[in-house]
Design a protein around this ligand. Structure first.
Ligand code: FAD
Length: 326
């Protein structure tokens, strides 16, 4: 009996990192364990979305969920996301050489009561797809922000919502000025336009600064002479929370296949817009979604509920690209 118990006793899992060995508790992720042992690492969303905590496993098996969203090249190098990795065996870990770029603030403008538009210098070696996101690092505080610019722009554009008591957003909206330097990561994310979609209707939906990646994706698709219709629904609670209305209306005047629809929940919508919630508006406006490609960005609950509506209407999950501001 005693020898049976001895044989089945679960072995503690060890994390080997920077010459130290840490014992991981059964409910802990790799990130939890390292932090409990005072190995402070960059992290932000803690749900595997923002990629700011990425590490490399040199020895040991990791779950496939902890490499979700990484490129084949990153996976082949052993990169994984420690915030969603509960180890099942001993792991030998190292840091990745996360490339950082020092950029300067070129433009800093308030574009509605709570949103600022930042333009940053674009580093020479910086290649991205419109709609991807970057991590911004300010004195060790790391947050993700979507790119609203397109690859042919010679600057990088961000739209930042100032959230109450938000550490990074207060810094980016209230404290920095033109000429300030910031550190940013390489771009990540898979929510972007692909020329393979050229003949499919595109439907883009977002609330608040969820407009940032969508704005980049629309401009990219139009630049690449997208052939089918493009519908952009930007939702807000009240009219004054909408932004870039004039620019988007001008884009609509220039492109017959682009339709911009501002949507307001609690007030009358501006001219050309619709009143109501996005989950209801979408099926009312699009009877058949089966041939379309959908992009949904911003607030996690809204992204999820719009995705559910579209799947219930028969849209295949792989035709939906999302960027969740977790
Ligand atoms: C992939 C990705 C892309 C993103 N892109 C953008 C973008 O383009 N523009 C943008 O503005 N943000 C974007 N975000 C969100 C951004 O990373 C930060 O979470 C946000 O700026 C808040 O950070 P903070 O340090 O100011 O707030 P924190 O100091 O982290 O939080 C302060 C308080 O605010 C709450 N809070 C955090 N975010 C919000 C919110 N959005 N609304 C209301 N309350 C909030 C927190 O729960 C907390 O109580 C993105 C996030 C992800 C994961």
């Amino acid at each position: 009996m005693f020898s049976f118990l001895k044989r089945t006793k679960k072995k503690a899992i060890e994390l080997h990192y920077e010459g130290e060995v840490y014992t991981c508790k059964s409910s802990e992720t790799v990130l939890d364990c390292l932090e409990r042992n005072e190995c402070h690492r960059p992290s932000s969303c803690r749900t595997g979305v923002c990629h700011s905590c990425v590490m490399r496993v040199k020895k040991g098996e990791i779950s496939s969920i902890s490499t979700d969203g990484l490129s084949a090249e990153e996976k082949a190098k052993g990169y994984f996301l420690p915030c969603v990795c509960q180890p099942k065996e001993n792991l030998h870990l190292s840091d990745v050489d996360a490339p950082t770029h020092e950029v300067d603030v070129l433009h800093h403008e308030k574009i509605n009561e709570r949103v600022w538009r930042l333009r940053l210098s674009r580093p020479d070696s910086f290649h991205y797809q419109a709609g991807q996101f970057i991590s911004v690092d300010h004195a060790g505080l790391v947050r993700s922000y979507s790119l609203a610019s397109i690859p042919s722009d010679d600057f990088l554009e961000l739209h930042i919502l100032q959230v109450p008591q938000g550490q990074m957003s207060r810094f980016l909206c209230q404290e920095i000025t033109v000429g300030h330097s910031l550190n940013i990561s390489d771009p990540v994310g898979s929510c972007f336009y692909n020329v393979a979609y050229m003949h499919q209707p595109l439907i883009l939906i977002g609330t608040g600064t969820g407009l940032a990646p969508l704005y980049g994706i629309v401009k990219d698709a139009l630049n690449q002479a997208h052939q089918a219709d493009i519908y952009l629904y930007h939702g807000s609670l009240v009219q004054k929370d909408l932004y870039l209305m004039r620019e988007l209306t001008r884009m609509m005047d220039l492109h017959d296949n682009f339709h911009y629809v501002p949507c307001v929940l609690n007030e009358e919508a501006p001219e050309g817009g619709l009143q109501g919630n996005l989950e209801a508006i979408l099926p009312q406006q699009h009877d058949d979604l089966s041939a379309s490609r959908l992009f949904i960005c911003g607030n996690p609950e809204i992204v999820q509920s719009i995705q559910n509506v579209c799947v219930a209407k028969g849209m295949p999950l792989d035709a939906i690209l999302t960027d969740v501001f977790a």
